[in-house]
Design a binder for this molecule. Structure first.
Ligand code: IMP
Length: 182
């Protein structure tokens, strides 16, 4: 996002911590109903999904046998445009074969990251595979990649907070903010 040398600052809050909290607990309820009595591997995509995932799993009750795992990916190309080729920087530790897997992602922008992750995990023959994405920017979609659990649909604006960053900044903010150019 932006040209080198541009400065950015926080604009307005797009989604407040209370709105996020309500929606996260609704999604956790859906997951709980679907996986009750079963084992579920929840795989967070680092670093952006770390805060969302931490809140999400704590809202899923003990009727689901939740296991937590993580993957880190980087997309080739510059920081702002997904090239569509995803490199695994850190793989999940759990074997996905014959397990129920949910990938947890912070935001779907072009859809390329999720598309490639689906491909990679499906190649490992899981029992089931679903995707859980906090934010979807439909205007930017380049490729159809199904979202099973969706937090919010947002306009095509750059956002930070609640795990999302701009150049490493602002992940720790409890609300989700629009970023504006100074
Ligand atoms: P996709 O492959 O284009 O769907 O890229 C998704 C990734 O782009 C996310 O996991 C984020 O790391 C990054 N991203 C896209 N839009 C935003 C945004 O508005 N704020 C922060 N990161 C974003």
């Amino acid at each position: 996002m932006g040209e080198a040398g541009d400065a950015f600052r926080l604009g307005q809050v797009l989604l407040s911590r209370d709105e996020i909290k309500r929606r996260v607990s609704e999604i956790a309820g859906e997951i709980e109903r679907e996986y009750r009595g079963r084992e579920l591997i929840v795989v967070g995509i680092l670093k952006g999904a770390s805060i969302f995932m931490a809140d999400l799993v704590r809202c899923v009750g003990d009727s689901v046998d939740v296991r937590m795992d993580y993957m880190a990916v980087s997309s080739y190309g510059d920081a702002s445009t997904s090239s569509g080729v995803v490199k695994i920087v850190k793989d999940m530790d759990t074997f996905a074969e014959d397990r129920n897997v949910i990938i947890v992602e912070d935001i779907m922008d072009t859809g390329l990251t999720l598309y490639y992750l689906r491909d990679i995990i499906m190649g490992r023959n899981p029992e089931s595979f679903k995707t859980c994405v906090l934010l979807e920017k439909p205007d930017r979609k380049k490729i159809e990649s199904e979202i099973d659990y969706r937090g919010f649909v947002i306009p095509d604006e750059f956002v930070v907070g609640y795990g999302l960053d701009y150049a490493g900044k602002w992940r720790h903010l409890p609300d989700i903010w629009r970023v504006v150019k100074e």
